[in-house]
Design a binder for this molecule. Sequence first.
Ligand SMILES: [Zn+2]
Length: 318
Amino acid sequence: MKMNLSRRSSIFLFALLGWTLFGQDSGQDRKPDATLKVPGATIDVTLPDEAMKLSREELLDWVRNSAHAVTNYYGHFPVPHLALRVRSGSGSGIRHGVTYPRDGGLIFVSVGRDTDVAETKEDWVLVHEMIHLAFPSMPDEQHWIEEGISTYVEPVARVRVGLMPLDEMWRSFIRDMPKGEPEQGDEGLDNTHTWGRTYWGGGMFCLLADVRIRERTGNRKGLQDALRGINNGGGNISEDWEIERALALGDKATGTTVLRDLYRQMRDKPAPADLDQLWKKLGVDLRNRVVTYNEKAPEAGIRKAIATPPAATARARQ
Ligand SMILES: [Zn+2]
């Protein structure tokens, strides 16, 4: 989740969230418990005071692994400094991630006291939040692209560093992407602020953009190049940009007009996607929870370029 509010209400909500979700001590003035160096950035981490099943090192490994997935996707960590406040919660699991533009990047994330190492390896929340750092802050109408990028890039980035099995990524895309399709009365992504259209409608925009960029460039460029172009051009969470500026910069990086064209198609009209046709073209199918691949599909090469785990890349090079 990314907080996308006017400065005044953001300060109010920040205080309220700090108080309700994360306890009276929001960690604002506390010294960091650890400072991690990652390519291009420093991450100041504040850890929970309470006893946790996870050790300090295990918690920091989880932060390092999440940062590695994001760094690998963007080429470097997307902002030079991040303040990460890890709070403890009841039970097990990682929840309640929130990212703010404050001080160049601030993430709150809640970790259950019973969470174990296996759960940190499967966590998507922190990667999702860190991806928010890499895109400029948008007006409310375009909140869908902020959530859409995090929804789509998070599994792709995790697969690429071996933190998520490839089958799981496609299973979730085939199962969940239809939640982003327009329903009756839809007025396009800029005007329909439902959960499905914000997260998965935005995710669908990213998937369609990724495939189209690859179609137009002979599979040499993809959404990753566009998003790197935006981040390298100064686009990050601390910046307030209009969407057109970000999309133009992304298009420049791929030498196409895919992002701007797709935005024009989807911003104020329902523009449903034929996802079944898309999966067929890419050569991926889901039946009884089992993912199968068709290497003879016309765009099997594009499917592989979207996300390949490191082991498979190594095998392909041999
Ligand atoms: Zn989010």
